[in-house]
Design a protein around this ligand. Structure first.
Ligand code: PLP
Length: 410
């Protein structure tokens, strides 16, 4: 490797915070109004417009948004929900919050999306009492929580067809998918993620997401009743006027209608969000340009497979996961990842599938039940990808990957 290779350190992600965000946060701090108030209202309205949704509820994480969504849809103890095994903790844990059963589903080995054919199989096995996670019972499957992994949207028509056939609600885990869109083919108009793509679409504004508020999330829906329920439950289950009370316009009196949660987003966080939002498409384009550059620069490296970029998708490019061809390498993924880090390339793995975590092992899932996800995760490495990444940083990442592959060729 070149001599500067050792000295350069490329982080996995660097949040692109501009002067506007800093000025707005400062002004919020000086205003005397720190918690949910006018800036959060504005963020909700502008976000709803950006994705083409009728209602948006700002919350303090995507996890909170997912939890509120399944609660509002009436997910009850003992019911079952289809959840991909190839996802982050949040997508399934919210099902457990309701004492319901996540039925883990295998993934497509290339897109990493939930495999609807396996979902179909899981429903059949459940009906036959053959799913250990359900304890031999036949719980009612009421919903599905697909994940647009890395910001690449699923085929929404296929998803909706599947859900309609099985009478399931859909809650999209769109933690990675803002801004993103899909269309069935070149003659169809684009449909944005969140533009009536499901009952509720949930986004994350965690520090490394495509737009950030430090920590934060949003639930969007076209259904006014779901929106009202999520809003009420996000603030202790207080009667609707509690929000007005917060902004000084309402009555001092309020009523507790339900045992809710404390999930509201602060104006300090929204002050960051309202300035990230107008830059979202520009930042997406920057990520897309880097993803294209990586794809060209690494196209001839035989030891890896690159992420796909289907033409009927506007890809949010939250992640750039490569798949190692382990049969062509003398090292495993962990050793490869350690070498990347030693050479100053911040990287990560998305994800160890849920069925391989101790908590989910107790439901009786076996690695063999997920023939795609089980071997796939041992091949995964996510490379750095963020707006503002310097050419020298991008060059360094590609050079290190190329060099490690040639040094470790089998
Ligand atoms: C697919 C997915 N869903 C949900 C979440 C949870 O997001 P948050 O940290 O905003 O709760 C994440 C976080 O990384 C994620 O990757």
């Amino acid at each position: 490797m070149r001599s500067d290779a050792k000295t350069m350190n490329v982080p996995f992600f660097r949040p692109p915070i501009g002067e506007e965000e800093i000025a707005e946060v400062t002004s919020c701090l000086r205003s005397g109004w720190l918690t949910s108030g006018p800036i959060t209202k504005r963020f909700e309205q502008e976000f709803a417009e950006a994705v083409g949704a009728r209602h948006a509820v700002a919350v303090n994480s995507c996890t909170a948004a997912l939890h509120l969504a399944v609660e509002a849809l009436g997910l009850a103890p003992g019911q079952a929900v289809l959840v991909p095994t190839m996802t982050f903790a949040a997508s399934a844990e919210v099902v457990r919050y309701r004492d319901a059963v996540p039925i883990l589903v295998d993934c497509d080995p290339v897109s990493f999306h939930i495999d609807l054919a396996d979902a179909e199989r899981k429903i059949e096995l459940l009906a036959a009492g053959k799913v250990a996670a359900a304890g031999g019972e036949t719980p009612k499957v009421v919903g599905i929580i697909p994940v647009h992994v890395g910001g690449l949207m699923m085929d929404i028509d296929a998803l909706r067809d599947f859900a309609a056939r099985h009478e399931l609600w859909i809650v999209e885990d769109a933690a990675h998918a803002f801004p993103a869109a899909w269309r069935a083919n070149d003659t169809e108009p684009w449909q944005r993620c969140g533009e009536d793509t499901s009952a509720v679409t949930c986004y994350s504004f965690y520090a490394n997401k495509t737009i950030t508020t430090g920590e934060g999330g949003m639930a969007v829906t076209g259904d006014a009743q779901l929106a009202d329920r999520m809003r009420m439950m996000s603030l202790h289950g207080l009667s609707h006027d509690a929000w007005k009370r917060y902004s000084g316009g309402g009555s001092w009196d309020y009523q507790i209608v339900e045992a809710g949660y404390k999930y509201n987003l602060t104006d300090i966080a929204s002050a960051i969000g309202v300035h990230q939002l107008p830059r979202a498409e520009q930042m997406r384009k920057e990520r897309e340009a880097i993803a294209r550059w990586y794809s060209d620069a690494l196209a001839d490296v035989d030891e890896i497979e690159l992420p796909i970029a289907p033409k009927n998708r506007i890809h949010a490019w939250h992640l750039f996961p490569i798949r190692l061809r382990l049969e062509k390498l003398r090292v495993d993924r962990n050793a490869f990842l350690s070498s990347l880090r030693e050479a100053g390339v911040g990287c990560s793995v998305h994800w160890r599938p849920l069925h391989l975590h101790p908590y989910y092992e107790r439901f009786g899932w076996t690695p063999e039940a997920f023939p795609a996800a089980t071997p796939l995760w041992q091949r995964l490495v996510s490379l750095p990808l963020f707006p503002g990444m310097q050419d020298a940083e991008r060059d360094h990442v590609a050079e290190v990957v190329r060099t490690l592959c040639s040094q470790n060729r089998a």
